[in-house]
Design a protein around this ligand. Structure first.
Ligand code: 13P
Ligand code: ZN
Length: 274
């Protein structure tokens, strides 16, 4: 019998998530179960109906999401290690289907063993809340990546770097790529308890102005159309944060790109209306 897991495009996405999970582990951003990834599969599974839907376990959502009714999402599992996901994605992540009312989901796993030992990430309220907002906005974004990049987290521990204006000026100034790849800059979400609807709400709000955010003293979250481009947003900012911290650790104040150099870059790459 054919299942959704025979879908070639879905297989490619799962392969990509596994590859990204390995990058995150290699980068040192994925201690234990740190980080989570989700993909809206609406384009890939739009004409799919799951036979025997009732046989899959059903779980209530903390908050109903009518904008996602009937939708499918690939989500990493809670408590699962990125390094395990890289080797065996389907034991460490799952596909969920949102109910026709939008108030619950079922885990569509490939084999029955996963049913009770695999649950979606604890950050599901944030992931699904963002996906719903992106669908509402008519956005083409389908991907959300949350990870724990060391240097960006370190900067969020200092009152000196919590202002978005100050932090973006520093990060853009450390390397020309930053302003080209992340022209809207990074947003700063004040500390909240992970996995709550409070962090979900603050995150959705902040994404109105940014594609990548720092969760104060916790990690980063980025949204995008494709998985690797979304990772690149965090990776590029992380590089700038590393250069900044290297310079400070070496005992000097990094000069950073000058206002004129930044302006010339924006003009050359048509960033921010230039
Ligand atoms: P999960 O294992 O539930 O995905 O949590 C990891 C994490 O990074 C929480 O913010
Ligand atoms: Zn986290």
């Amino acid at each position: 019998m054919n299942t959704i897991f025979d879908n070639k495009q879905l297989q490619e996405k799962i392969h990509d998530v596994a590859e990204l999970a390995d990058y995150l582990w290699q980068k040192g951003w994925a201690e234990r179960n740190a980080g989570n990834i989700s993909i809206n599969l609406c384009d890939i599974l739009k004409d799919v109906t799951v036979t025997d839907l009732e046989k899959y376990p059903e779980f209530k959502l903390k908050k109903a999401l009518p904008g996602l009714k009937g939708g499918f999402f690939f989500v990493t599992g809670t408590g699962k290690r990125m390094r395990d996901l890289a080797r065996n994605p389907l034991l460490n992540a799952c596909v969920i289907r949102i109910s026709d009312k939008g108030d619950s989901y079922r885990i569509i796993s490939q084999n029955d063993i996963n049913f009770y030992e695999l649950r979606p990430t604890s950050e599901l309220p944030t992931h699904l809340g963002i996906h719903e907002q992106m669908v509402k906005n008519g956005s083409k974004n389908r991907v959300i990546v949350h990870t724990h990049p060391n240097e960006l987290i370190a900067l969020s521990h200092s009152p000196m770097y919590k202002s978005e204006d100050v932090l973006n000026r520093i990060l853009w100034g450390m390397h020309p790529e930053s302003v080209i790849v992340v022209p809207r800059g990074v947003g700063m979400v004040p500390y909240e308890i992970p996995g709550t609807t409070d962090i979900a709400e603050l995150t959705i709000k902040a994404l109105a102005d940014h594609d990548v955010l720092i969760w104060e003293k916790h990690g980063c979250l980025a949204v995008g159309e494709e998985l690797f481009d979304t990772f690149d947003l965090i990776d590029t900012l992380s590089k700038s944060a590393q250069i900044f911290i290297y310079a400070k650790s070496a005992g000097f104040e990094p000069e950073g790109l000058t206002e004129n150099q930044l302006l010339d870059l924006k003009k050359a790459f048509h960033v921010g209306g230039y």
